[in-house]
Design a protein around this ligand. Structure first.
Ligand code: NI
Length: 173
C-alpha cells in the first residue's frame, strides 16, 4: 500500500477517456488499495484512476463523513443508466484542482451499472451528496473536468492558477 502522486490539472491524462478494465487482476487490486490510501491521505471523498496517472475506468468513493451509513465503494467500468430530471446545485471541489470550489448543477440521483472489485456486475442508485460525487468521478473517466461546467473566462483563470501551482510544486505530469 502506498500513497500515489495526484495529477494536478491541466494534464493529458485528466483530459482523455480512460480505458476499460478488461481483467481485474492483482495489479488492479493493488492500484485500488493505493487509491484508497491516497484519497484518505488527501481528505478526499472520491478519486478516479486518471487522477493518479492511470488511464483506467476505476473510481473509488467514501462519503461516510457526510452520511454514516455510506460504505466505501469501488466502481469499475461504471455507466450511468438512469438519472433524475430534477437537478441539484452543489459546491464541488477536486483533488486535481487544489483549493478550487464552485457550484455545479447535476441530476439529483443517478443509477449506475458497474463491476465491483470481484468482477460482479452491479447496479446502484446514488442520491444526494453521493450522486454528486459519483457523477463527478464518472466525468473524470470520460476526461471531463468540473471546470467544463463553468464559464470559459472563469475556466481560463483557474487553469492559469493551476499552471502556476504546478510550476511551484515542480510537477512533471
Ligand atoms: Ni475531481
Amino acid at each position: 500500500m502506498s500513497i500515489l502522486d495526484i495529477v494536478i490539472a491541466p494534464s493529458t491524462v485528466l483530459s482523455k477517456k480512460a480505458c476499460t478494465v478488461l481483467n481485474i487482476d492483482k495489479s488492479i487490486n493493488s492500484l485500488v488499495n493505493d487509491m484508497y490510501d491516497t484519497m484518505y491521505e488527501n481528505n478526499g471523498v472520491g478519486l478516479a484512476a486518471p487522477q493518479v496517472n492511470h488511464s483506467l475506468q476505476i473510481l473509488i468513493m467514501d462519503c461516510s463523513n457526510r452520511d454514516d451509513s455510506f460504505k466505501p465503494i469501488v466502481l469499475i467500468n461504471p455507466i450511468i443508466i438512469n438519472y433524475s430530471e430534477i437537478l441539484n446545485t452543489y459546491e464541488e471541489g477536486c483533488l486535481s484542482f487544489p483549493d478550487q470550489y464552485f457550484e455545479v448543477k447535476r441530476p439529483e440521483f443517478v443509477k449506475v451499472k458497474y463491476l465491483d472489485i470481484k468482477g460482479n456486475s452491479k447496479e446502484k442508485v446514488f442520491n444526494g451528496f453521493e450522486a454528486v460525487c459519483v457523477q463527478h468521478e464518472i466525468d473524470h473517466l470520460a476526461g471531463t473536468l468540473f471546470t467544463s461546467y463553468i464559464s470559459r473566462l472563469k475556466r481560463q483563470i483557474i487553469i492559469k492558477k493551476m499552471q502556476k501551482l504546478k510550476k511551484i510544486l515542480n510537477k512533471a505530469i
